[in-house]
Each structure stands twice: as structure tokens, then as C-alpha cells.
Design a protein around this ligand. Structure first.
Ligand code: ATP
Ligand code: MG
Length: 759
């Protein structure tokens, strides 16, 4: 069977154009990822060796899914394709080549925690104010230098950078960067940005290495190209320089990582770099209904900076997008959970057909709570990864030390855990001595008798001997036996076993889970090398998403919009559409940042295949205080013809009609006076509008006795605001009042619970 029949003519043309530079810049859901998948399968069918193909994806999960699909066409050969994220692919290459640039082959990868911890100690040593030199800021600055391939030496020589740091009141940034780089080097460690930075160093400095990989990777493909940074761009450019068989796909409207240094310019530069590039257009969206595609187009039209693109859908019209207002984050959670139950029953769907997307991880709490209450199974993506848990990191720190005793962050983490009488003073002493003698921390530990005195020499010496015994053991034993031995002899298992609290028990179980994982790994038959060092490699690169044990489990998916990139779900809920949350407060100062938020909203909307729900709350707990929230401006920007509101807005259709027209209509803020029953006044508002504000009870609000309530009376409700009683029914104490609220329209309330004040 001709498997290419599953492509439309432009997609097929892009797949068959296997030679030379190819670029596809196309809208969401138009089959970009599908083209890459088919292209790889097609290449292999044409006889290209999978070892010669390199595919760079944005998540490891995406790579895994792609490989599985290709496997269906070409069989197990697909295992040999080089495929993964930039970080995982180049970590793998660096393991082979590290010694050339002065790193051990089993270098450690410092994760964000390690990096921050190291930066904190440097700031402390330099006596710098950690409010001014905020660790996140410092980290961001170093990260962005690396992603722009600015070495510490260049950083310190660059007058413009120096001037910028001085004007920001942080003149010592350059020195921090230099010290940080030296410390990482001394520890045989690379942080995430180093994996790309050092790859560039390697390819730049060693032409023979560059040559080797240029010939190895005869075909290169990059998905989500719009989110590559300069460092990634240059790696790709260098590797592709000989064969120029490079195919990149992306969508400028979905660029959402500028805050991490991604550069849309890379798309534009591509045409300059490869003047004979073949450009393919994909305009048909296969993922979503017409309604969703129209809504998405109406959002992105508000961005000034974008490439001209036409996106249409030939799928069914589809249902309108449901917009719901909740009074609080908890109520929003409840509405979403109930919405899922209803929609599932109504349409005969599975839980895994649903996804809930939010702007920030913190929003998951109220949603999780509501889902649990209704017994809806869910999976949280991108939360704390298993490998980020404290107890797991503790044990892994012992593994890290075993294979790389110079790993200073691991050393500091466990030198006195479990407690063995090596206090902070001793640890400080070790650092001072190492500095004075110009040796590594490990040299001091391994030769404690020489460098330290008295009791600390003995306890530090014992620790050193223990690590050395682990090293000896690891040389001859299986991954599992080594790991088990370390868990026992480090004292970690005993420490956790003796903690009888619920948390202690769960930590103990997590360690068991890790050991189980290592046992499975030890017994794998498809691997030649299965020592603990191999298991350890790249654990720092794993995220929760990659650790998905059962992808077929029937669970609702919860994740941030950032991690939903490239994915699709039949039904999507986007929650928290409020000003200062989405768009985020931090983005409101510049057009560039606001446009990035809008692209994020575009990404979110375009994940939906059949039905989309949007919601916002009028009050929300943030940082421990209850805040009133305004609906997001993005709601205003959506084409109103696509929306189905669950509350009665005041429409400004120009003609007083109740139907939405394609003209931009809007909701009006509560009026200070006027009859609630009067018809909405025709009023055309062009672009900006303000949605109803949360009700703030008038000063001194106290529910009053409602036993004398009568039809026609005006009332104030604690949350619903002002209204008029239009009906009363039932008998005491179960009287129900139908009240028409100014902002919300009609509601029926059970009087005995309603917090009402008669005006
Ligand atoms: P995004 O911008 O979100 O990454 P994309 O452009 O990569 O989207 P894909 O994920 O490749 O789009 O495709 C979207 C959906 O449309 C997928 O379910 C895919 O299988 C389907 N699809 C794409 N092209 C076709 C086609 N020619 N025939 C049928 N289905 C298609
Ligand atoms: Mg894609």
C-alpha cells in the first residue's frame, strides 16, 4: 500500500522533496509534524540508513510517539534513527566526545536545582546581596549569555554588557558567571544550557568531530523550529553545512519561548542561509472544527508581527466555544469537572479525550480537587517529576558521586545526609581548604587526614572511604546490585524506614520504586551496556512527561499551555482567562511580550479538535490572598460569532438584536444606575471593551433577615451583586427565590442559604 496516500498534495510534495533545504511554515494542525514523520519513513523506504537521520523534537514524548508511528511503516529499523530533543541528542554526543573539551565522559548534568544551589553558594562567598542578585535573575542572565554563545571571557570583555549590568546595579555579574563556569568545570558538570553551548564549542574547535557528524547525519529535520534559540540554530546550521539536506517545520504564530531565548528570526534567516530553499505551504487544518479554526484566526489577527498565512478547515462546522464565568477558582474547578462528566456522557467519550490547560502550574490545585471529588481520573503533566523528589535526588546524588566524585553539588547534598557528624563548619572548612590548596573538594575528602584535623578528619575520611568502596563495587556489579548496596550502606534506606510518618512511608516506597526501575533496566535484553552509570546518564533531562508509564491509561490530561505544544485532544478546557493571569501580569508592559502571550493563547485554542471550553473566575486566591479578577482581554478578541456564553452579556450589535453578528460585539460593565429590565442600549464598541467586574459587596455588607422578602424587592447578594426578586415559591423553610441579578441575569436561590441583604 502506498502510505503516502495519507497526505495531501502539498504535504506529499514536501515529503518527496528529500534533498536540499526545505522549509514549511504553516499554521497549527496543518500536518507539519505528520510531514516529518512520513518523510523519515519515506527516506528509510528509499534505502537511507536510519543511523544517518537526525530528527530534533521539542519533547522526548513527541520523539517517542513519532518513532512508534515510523515503526509501523518501516519496522524495528526505526529504533536506529537519531531522534529526541536537542538536549538529549547532544548530551549523547557529548558523552562520546567530552574528553576532547576537558570533561569526563561521565560528566554530571546539573539540573535547575543544582545550578541554583551552586549560584547561591557563589553569591554567599562573594558577599553579594541575594535580593539584588536574585538567584533566578542571575541564572537567567547566565543562561541567556550561553544561549547566545557568549563565554564568560567574552562576557567580561564586552563593554556593552558590562555597562548594562552596571546600570542594573549588578556590576559583578561577569565575575559570577566566570566563577560559576569554573565551578561547573571543576565538578565535571554541565548545566542544561551547557549541553548546547559545549556542543557548539566542540563543533567549532574540532573540525574532525564536526566532519564526522556532518557525514553521519545526512538528513536533518527539526520540528517546532520557531522555538529554537541561537545556540540550537547554529548547531543545526553547522551539522547541515555539507549535505544541506535540512528540513525545518514551524509556525511563527506558535513561538512561545522567546522568554527563554527562542528567536523567530531563525525562521526568517533560514531563507537567507539557504537561498535555494524550497518552501512548502500547508493551509488546511485537519485537526479542528471550522468553529475552532475561525476562533483561532480571530485571536492571532490581533498580533502585528506575523507572517502572512491562510488557515482553513474542511472539517465539520462544530459547536460554538463555551465561555463560562465562575465566582472563584474553586467554582471554576467544579464547573470544569462537571462539564467533563456531562460531555463524556453526552458524546460517549473517554476521559483521555479531555485536556485541561492553564497558564501556570499553581492553577492545577483547584482543578485537581474538583476532579477528585467527582472521582474523575487525571494525570498531571510537567509537575514535579519523580526524579525531582527529595529522597530520589538524595540517593541519586550518591550514584552521581560514585561515578563522578568531583560532582560538588552531589557531594554537598549528601556528605552529611544521613547525618554522620559532618556539620556546616566542617563543610565550609573543606571548601576553604580546597580553595587555598587549589584542589577539588573531593581531593580534600579523599585525603581528609592530610587536609583536616581531629574529629572532622575522621568523619570526613570515613565518608570518603565509603564512596570509594561504592566506586570499586560499581566496576564489577550490575546496576541493580550496585544501587541496592548504595541505598543500604549510605544509610538512606534505614533513615527512611525508621521514619514512620505517612510522608516517610511514601518516601521509602519511592526509593523502592526507583530500585525496581533499576532492576528492570538491569534485566533488559536489548541493551549491551547496562551498568548503573548508563542508567544514570541523562536522568536530569527526564521530565514527568517523558516518564509516562501507561500512555493508554484513560485519564484526563492536565498541563500548562507551554507543555501542550504539538498535542491535540478532542475536548479542551482552557481555564483562568483573567487579566494578570492570562495574559500574565509580567507581559503587560510591552507589545512583544503581550504578543507572546497571545500566541500562547493561540497554541491553547488550536489544541482542540472538536470542542473548546473557556472559563474565568471573578475571584481567585493568589499568593494567599483573595483577589478580584477581570476577564481576560483575549475573550474580547475572539470572534463573537464563535462563542456561546453561559451568562447574559449586554450585546452591542448595533441593532439591539440578541444574535451575535460577525461584527465585534462586547459585554458591558455593570452600570451604576438604571433599570435592570431595560433593553440593552445599542452601542458599538470598536476594539477594547470591559467585561463585567466581580461584585465587591458594599461596605458593611451583612445578610439580613429575609423572612419578609416579597416579589419586586431589591436585594444585594454577597457575590452576585444587586438584583430584583421576581418570584418566590415553596414553603418555609424551603422557600426558593428567583432573582434577576443586574450582572448575571436570572438565578434561583434557596433563601435559607442565600446571603442576601434587602435594600
Ligand atoms: P501543530 O502546529 O499543533 O504542531 P501540526 O502542523 O504539526 O500541528 P499535525 O499534528 O501534524 O499538525 O497534524 C494535525 C492533525 O491532523 C493530526 O491528527 C494529523 O494526523 C492530522 N492530519 C494532518 N494531515 C492530514 C491528512 N492529509 N489527512 C488526514 N489527517 C491529517
Ligand atoms: Mg506539530
Amino acid at each position: 500500500m502506498d502510505f503516502l496516500a495519507g497526505l495531501n498534495p502539498s504535504q506529499r510534495a514536501a515529503v518527496e522533496q528529500t534533498e536540499g533545504p526545505v522549509m514549511i511554515v504553516a499554521g497549527a494542525g496543518s500536518g507539519k509534524t505528520r510531514v516529518i514523520t512520513y518523510r523519515v519513513a519515506h527516506l528509510i523506504q528509499k534505502g537511507v540508513d536510519p543511523f544517518n537521520i537526525l530528527v530534533l523534537t521539542f519533547t522526548n514524548k513527541a520523539a517517542k510517539e513519532m518513532r512508534e508511528r515510523i515503526m509501523k511503516v518501516v519496522g524495528s529499523e526505526a529504533k536506529n534513527i537519531w531522534m529526541g530533543t536537542f538536549h538529549s541528542v547532544f548530551a549523547r554526543i557529548l558523552r562520546v566526545e567530552a574528553e576532547l573539551i576537558g570533561y569526563p565522559r561521565n560528566f554530571t548534568i546539573y539540573d535547575t536545582d543544582d545550578t541554583k544551589s551552586l549560584l547561591r553558594s557563589i553569591l554567599k562567598e562573594m558577599n553579594l546581596d541575594d535580593k539584588l542578585y536574585n538567584v533566578n535573575h542571575v541564572y537567567g542572565r547566565i543562561s541567556s549569555a550561553k544561549n547566545n554563545l557568549i563565554s564568560p571571557q567574552e562576557y567580561n570583555k564586552n563593554e556593552a554588557i558590562k555597562a548594562e549590568d552596571i546600570s542594573n546595579g549588578r556590576p559583578q555579574m561577569g565575575e559570577i558567571y566566570m566563577t560559576y563556569a569554573q565551578r561547573c568545570y571543576r565538578a565535571g558538570a554541565m548545566d542544561f544550557d551547557d549541553l548546547l553551548f559545549k556542543t557548539n564549542v566542540l563543533l567549532n574547535k574540532y573540525p574532525e568531530v564536526l566532519h564526522k557528524y556532518q557525514h553521519q547525519f545526512r538528513y536533518l529535520m527539526v520540528d517546532e523550529y520557531q522555538d529554537t534559540n541561537f545556540s540550537q540554530y547554529l548547531i543545526v546550521k553547522r551539522l547541515a553545512a555539507v549535505n544541506e539536506n535540512i528540513c525545518v517545520v514551524g509556525d511563527d504564530a506558535q513561538s512561545i519561548y522567546a522568554f527563554r531565548g527562542a528567536n523567530i528570526q531563525n525562521i526568517l534567516n533560514f531563507q537567507k542561509d539557504y537561498p535555494d530553499v524550497k518552501v512548502f505551504k500547508l493551509e488546511q487544518n485537519y485537526r479542528s472544527t471550522k468553529m475552532i479554526v475561525n476562533a483561532a484566526n480571530s485571536i492571532i489577527a490581533n498580533n502585528k508581527n506575523q507572517l502572512e498565512k491562510n488557515v482553513f478547515s474542511d472539517n465539520e462546522e462544530g459547536e460554538k466555544i463555551k465561555v463560562t464565568r465562575a465566582f472563584s477558582d474553586n467554582e471554576e474547578g467544579k464547573i470544569v469537572a462537571e462539564g467533563i462528566s456531562q460531555e463524556k456522557a453526552l458524546k460517549g467519550l473517554k476521559y483521555k479525550d479531555f485536556s485541561i490547560l492553564y497558564r501556570t502550574n499553581a492553577q492545577s490545585r483547584s482543578l485537581e480537587e474538583a476532579l477528585r471529588k467527582l472521582g474523575i481520573p487525571y494525570k498531571l503533566y510537567g509537575g514535579t517529576s519523580f526524579y525531582q523528589r527529595k529522597e530520589i535526588k538524595d540517593l541519586i546524588a550518591y550514584f552521581r558521586l560514585t561515578f563522578n566524585p568531583n560532582d560538588e553539588e552531589a557531594l554537598k547534598r549528601v556528605i552529611n545526609y544521613p547525618r554522620r557528624g559532618i556539620g556546616d563548619t566542617t563543610v565550609d572548612r573543606i571548601m576553604v581548604v580546597a580553595d587555598q590548596q587549589q584542589v577539588r573538594l573531593w581531593d580534600v575528602v579523599a585525603n581528609a587526614q592530610m587536609f583536616l584535623d581531629g574529629r572532622s578528619a575522621a568523619s570526613v575520611g570515613n565518608f570518603g572511604t565509603m564512596i570509594q568502596s561504592f566506586q570499586a563495587l560499581a566496576k564489577t556489579n550490575s546496576a541493580f546490585d550496585t544501587a541496592m548496596h548504595i541505598a543500604q550502606h549510605s544509610g538512606i534506606l534505614k533513615e527512611l524506614y525508621e521514619d514512620k510518618s505517612v510522608e516517610g512511608l511514601s518516601r521509602y516506597e519511592n526509593i523502592q520504586e526507583l530500585l525496581n526501575g533499576i532492576k528492570e533496566f538491569s534485566e533488559r535484553e536489548d541493551l549491551e551496556e547496562k551498568g548503573l552509570d548508563i542508567f544514570m546518564q541523562d536522568i536530569a533531562l527526564l521530565t514527568n512527561d517523558d516518564n509516562d508509564k501507561d500512555p493508554n491509561a484513560d485519564t484526563v490530561s492536565l498541563m500548562t499551555i507551554h507543555s501542550s505544544k504539538g498535542l491535540e485532544f478532542p475536548v479542551v478546557f482552557i481555564v483562568g482567562l483573567e487579566e494578570n493571569l492570562f495574559p500574565s501580569q509580567l507581559s503587560l508592559n510591552s507589545r512583544t511580550e503581550l504578543e507572546e502571550e497571545r500566541r500562547l493563547f493561540y497554541v491553547a485554542v488550536t489544541r482542540a479538535e472538536r470542542k473548546l471550553f473557556l472559563s474565568y473566575a471573578t475571584s481567585r486566591y493568589r499568593w494567599g490572598t483573595l483577589n478580584n479578577c477581570e476577564p481576560s482581554r483575549f475573550l474580547d478578541e475572539l470572534n463573537p460569532a464563535c462563542l456561546d456564553l453561559d451568562f447574559k452579556p449586554r450585546l452591542n450589535t448595533g441593532g439591539g438584536s440578541d444574535d451575535f453578528t460577525s461584527e465585534r460585539v462586547t459585554w458591558q460593565r455593570k452600570e451604576s444606575s438604571g433599570d435592570v429590565f431595560s433593553k440593552p442600549k445599542p452601542k458599538v464598541v470598536k476594539t477594547t471593551s470591559i467585561l463585567p467586574k466581580a461584585h465587591v459587596p458594599t461596605a458593611g455588607f451583612a445578610p439580613s433577615d429575609t423572612s419578609g422578602l416579597q416579589v419586586g424587592m431589591e436585594v444585594e447578594h454577597e457575590r452576585f451583586g444587586f438584583g430584583k426578586v421576581i418570584n418566590l415559591e415553596g414553603n418555609k423553610p424551603d422557600i426558593k427565590a428567583t432573582i434577576f441579578f443586574k450582572e448575571l441575569g436570572q438565578k434561583q436561590l434557596l433563601l435559607k442559604f442565600a446571603k442576601l441583604r434587602i435594600l
